[in-house]
Design a protein around this ligand. Structure first.
Ligand SMILES: Nc1ncnc2c1ncn2[C@@H]1O[C@H](COP(=O)(O)OP(=O)(O)OP(=O)(O)O)[C@@H](O)[C@H]1O
Ligand SMILES: [Mg+2]
Length: 255
């Protein structure tokens, strides 16, 4: 873990509203005045009831959505600092993968690709050699309980839980410096969930900064070093996990 306490991400004054073009142009305000910083090796869990703005915040940081106002300073591996809110689309694409990763609860559609191929390619796209990527992919798939019999089948035929584990293997291979996770283990049974959580827990030791949403108090208790609680698009609590967890309401962690 980096002990210099130089943040990797500094979000300041973020706001996001959506214009509903097909409903008389009405605007929905999803995030207001969001400010926080994340250090390397921190595992920050976003909690809050449905509609609080957790997924919107992750998408804004990955720049799937553009913020309406605010800045998102990101400290690159090279030491340069960029504002994700201001970068061009081409610059954002260059950041994705090696610097910032995003794993949702759904496997990105690549139906004609085999399981091993999909996971290894994710490693190659982050700079691994093909041999190393295949070795690492095999290791993660084994840890996630995906049997070798499935490695050369197309991902389209997998069950929901298998797809989710393949998605985690691809998202965590040669991990980026900041990883955004949106309910990545939602479809897993307790045993496979525990395996996936073990893999996610290793990220902190590797110095990866993680910002994650889990609808599972056990996962949060095991992983989070810090909890940010959101309500109605605002941060209402932000502190060490041990201090915030006792105050979470059931609705903060249930889907
Ligand atoms: N693309 C969009 N267009 C319009 N409104 C949106 C869009 N994305 C999100 N919203 C709105 O923003 C608010 C926050 O939604 P968000 O998905 O971030 O909540 P969440 O905290 O992730 O909830 P959940 O726990 O149910 O996943 C909601 O009111 C939602 O309807
Ligand atoms: Mg969500």
């Amino acid at each position: 873990m980096d002990t210099t306490l130089q943040p990797i991400l500094e979000a300041s004054g973020l706001a996001k509203s959506f214009t509903l073009h097909n409903i008389d142009g009405r605007t929905v305000s999803a995030l207001h005045d969001i400010s926080f910083a994340v250090q390397p090796g921190e595992h920050v869990t976003l909690a809050g009831s449905s509609g609080a703005g957790k997924s919107t915040l992750l998408r804004v940081l990955y720049r799937t959505y553009r913020v309406s106002t605010g800045s998102i300073k990101f400290h690159l591996r090279s030491g340069r600092v960029v504002d994700i809110a201001q970068l061009t689309d081409v610059e954002i694409l260059a950041l994705r993968g090696r610097e910032i990763g995003y794993v949702s609860q759904f496997l990105a559609a690549q139906p004609r690709r085999s399981v091993l191929d999909l996971v290894s390619r994710a490693g190659v796209s982050r700079g691994m050699s093909r041999t190393d990527a295949r070795e690492m992919a095999a290791l993660s798939l084994r840890r996630l309980n995906i049997t070798e019999a499935l490695w050369d089948v197309h991902t389209a035929v997998l069950s929901g839980g298998e797809k989710q584990r393949v998605n985690i293997a691809a998202g965590l291979i040669s991990p980026p410096r900041l990883l955004l996770l949106d309910e990545p283990v939602s479809a897993l049974d307790p045993e496979n969930r525990a395996r996936a959580i073990d893999l996610i827990a290793d990220l902190a030791d590797a110095g990866v900064a993680v910002l994650a949403v889990f609808h599972d108090l056990d996962a949060i208790s095991r992983l989070a070093t810090r909890v940010i609680r959101m309500a109605h698009g605002r941060i209402i609590d932000d502190g060490p996990a041990a201090e915030v967890l006792p105050f979470l309401q059931p609705s903060d962690v249930q889907p």
